[in-house]
Design a protein around this ligand. Structure first.
Ligand SMILES: Nc1ncnc2c1ncn2[C@@H]1O[C@H](COP(=O)(O)OP(=O)(O)OP(=O)(O)O)[C@@H](O)[C@H]1O
Length: 251
């Protein structure tokens, strides 16, 4: 453990002093309904972090809370040196944080290219370099750039949603269930693409139902249960932990 880390006695969660994203004692929910309690979480520069856990554990709520989409009830969220606690999403994206929600993540009636251009709406001009990079990363989007997004397959729409978030070249990408709804033979391809995005230097925080594959690929993982931290460790360590396997990974 480096000098910049300290272990939280309560949950045995490692807290970092200099992480890119730092969530501390976060309480959040919807309206008056509290879902998250004292959640701690870090993502370091260029790190790939996964949150897994049972249905309804609050995984998506963590992502939404980081991105300013829930009721904030306590605790802090820092991104780089900025306190972004309860900041609005339209302000957060200026800071280099991109979010790809699980559902409704493309504008169906707009073309593929228009969707990508919308990703950069906060800029005065469409960043051509970023657009070309997205097309290099997802060639099918270049081929189909004039097609309406709603006519793409589920996997292609997921690529478009990611491509749109990449238009601002974020330092951290939040991905909520990127493999949801994909045919089994497309799931590995989607994970390969996420690996490539991370290898190119973008930190990733991902929620996944496909927990084993996600833990196999990530650097570190968190297991969230009932809106609280339960385990945190390197992905492969969690994957091989008998208790985690039995309780959360189907044996
Ligand atoms: N907009 C909302 N309003 C009220 N309650 C909500 C809302 N969205 C989610 N919840 C509730 O918050 C709890 C956590 O949901 P969340 O989607 O964060 O869990 P999850 O771990 O991502 O689950 P899953 O794996 O099933 O997607 C659930 O009880 C859910 O019903």
């Amino acid at each position: 453990m480096s000098d910049s880390q300290a272990t939280s006695a309560a949950q045995d969660v490692i807290l970092y002093d200099d992480s890119l994203l730092s969530v501390r004692d976060l309480d959040a929910g919807y309206g008056d309904l509290q879902i998250l309690t004292d959640v701690d979480l870090d993502v370091n520069d260029e790190e790939y972090v996964t949150i897994v856990g049972p249905n309804g554990a609050g995984k998506s709520t963590v992502m939404k809370s980081v991105f300013g989409l829930t009721s904030h009830m306590g605790g802090t969220v820092k991104f780089g040196d900025k306190d972004i606690t309860a900041m609005r999403p339209e302000d957060i994206i200026h800071l280099g944080l991109g979010y790809v929600p699980q559902n409704d993540n493309v504008f169906s009636s707009l073309s593929v290219r228009e969707n990508l251009e919308m990703g950069a709406y906060i800029l005065d001009e469409v960043p051509q370099d970023a657009l070309n990079e997205v097309f290099d990363r997802f060639p099918i989007l270049e081929e189909r750039q004039t097609q309406k997004a709603g006519t793409l397959s589920g996997g292609q729409q997921q690529m478009l949603a990611m491509g749109r978030a990449l238009m601002l070249d974020p330092d951290l990408l939040l991905l909520d269930e990127p493999s949801a709804g994909l045919a089994p033979d497309l799931v590995a391809d989607m994970f390969d693409r996420i690996d490539a995005i991370n290898d190119a230097g973008t930190a990733v925080l991902m929620v996944e139902q496909n927990a084993k594959e996600a833990l196999r690929r990530c650097d570190r993982g968190y297991v969230l249960v009932d809106g609280k931290n339960r385990y945190e460790d390197e992905g492969t360590t969690l994957l091989n932990d008998p208790q985690v396997r039995q309780d959360f990974l189907g044996g």
